[in-house]
Write a protein that binds this ligand. Structure first.
Ligand SMILES: O=C(O)[C@H](O)[C@@H](O)[C@H](O)[C@H](O)COP(=O)(O)O
Length: 342
């Protein structure tokens, strides 16, 4: 089957490489000729690319299947352009991390033109070429069925995890690593919640590791330290120098908290045991915020996910003013000494 790919950055290019490995063909559109040349060198005659969107559309077999894999903020403009260039029966896929609200609007705009729209939340990041991508799909069932040969090639496949006890026979789509979650927006809705969970799970590991990191605090009490915090009643309880890279390594084997996220953490700590290459400022690109918006709209508590999101804001210095205000109040009502700015 043929796929049209818009955006040949790391994700788009690796999806193309993965389908071509499986016998499909691809046409790519990309503004940077170098990305086209790199992919052509890897894929030979199964891939052709252009920097001209009209030529890209003309090169595709009908019904066209056009996967848009560009930063979420730029997707809307490209989908609008495709709306002018494509024909009835064609399919546009947004594989980026768009907000699901936008999918609902785009599907509605394209429908009168007979152009179908699928939103595919795509998880796997830079590892997807090797491990496959987990695909969460929203849109009409007939179009999902049409692109199924491509989905099977992009997804990790049933062997990526042991089969769940009780599941037998032909593996379901979910067991192969892709799932039609519902109508327009449902794919990105599920991917959004996946990312909300990602924030929470990452924060849980990070907090636990920090408690391990401080397990030797009983050795470190000095005058300045005790002026700032309540002195330890039992410093003898905190005299452990825990080798955190080794702890993450042992947890990978048989522990309840083993996971791919932990595998990656262990790898990062092995390469950089004190995490010196990181400044401790953690970015976010919207998915965590949108997950909390949905939780609020649904009236569903999400205390862990919200704490994880707010911790990212704090990591970027966004709690500094609040922290200063706390010091000011504590000093004002109790005359307590608060440490001045360093
Ligand atoms: O499932 C995935 O492969 C990741 O979630 C991927 O989609 C990306 O790394 C996140 O969007 C980062 O999200 P933040 O920038 O919000 O941390």
């Amino acid at each position: 089957m043929q796929l049209g790919m818009i955006g040949l950055g790391r994700m788009g290019a690796n999806i193309v490489r993965r389908i071509i490995r499986d016998g499909h063909t691809a046409v790519g559109y990309e503004r940077h000729q170098q990305n086209i040349d790199d992919l052509s060198a890897d894929c030979g005659g199964s891939f052709s690319g252009t920097t001209d969107l009209s030529k890209f559309v003309a090169a595709l077999e009908t019904p066209r299947v056009v996967w848009v894999m560009i930063p979420a903020g730029a997707t809307g403009a490209v989908v609008d352009q495709l709306g002018e260039l494509l024909e009835p029966g064609d399919i546009v896929i947004d594989g980026g991390n768009s907000r699901y609200h936008e999918d609902i609007a785009r599907a509605k705009t394209l429908a009168p033109k007979g152009i179908h729209y699928l939103d595919i939340g795509t998880s796997g990041g830079v590892w997807g070429l090797e491990r496959g991508y987990c695909l969460m799909i929203g849109g009409e069932a007939a179009q999902v069925a049409h692109i199924e040969p491509l989905l099977k090639s992009i997804a990790p496949g049933v062997d990526a995890a042991p089969r769940t006890p009780g599941r037998t026979g032909e593996p379901s789509a979910a067991e192969q690593g892709y799932l039609h979650c519902g109508p327009a927006g449902a794919g990105h809705f599920v991917k959004m919640v996946h990312n909300g969970i990602e924030y929470g799970a990452m924060a849980a590991y990070a907090e636990g590791m920090n408690i391990l990191h401080k397990a030797n605090v009983g050795n470190q009490q000095d005058d300045e330290h005790s002026a700032e915090v309540t002195p330890l009643e039992h410093p003898e309880f905190y005299r452990y120098d825990i080798d955190i890279p080794e702890v993450t390594e042992v947890w990978r084997r048989g522990s309840v908290v083993a996971s791919w996220l932990l595998d990656l953490t262990a790898e990062a700590l092995y390469a950089d045991p004190n995490l010196d290459s990181f400044g401790g400022r953690v970015s976010d690109s919207g998915e965590g915020r949108w997950t909390l918006d949905a939780a609020i709209d649904e009236g569903v508590p999400a205390p862990v996910l919200s704490a994880a999101l707010f911790q990212r804001f704090s990591s970027r210095g966004e709690s500094l003013y609040a922290d200063k205000a706390l010091s000011a109040m504590r000093q004002a009502f109790g005359g307590h000494h608060e440490l001045p700015k360093k």
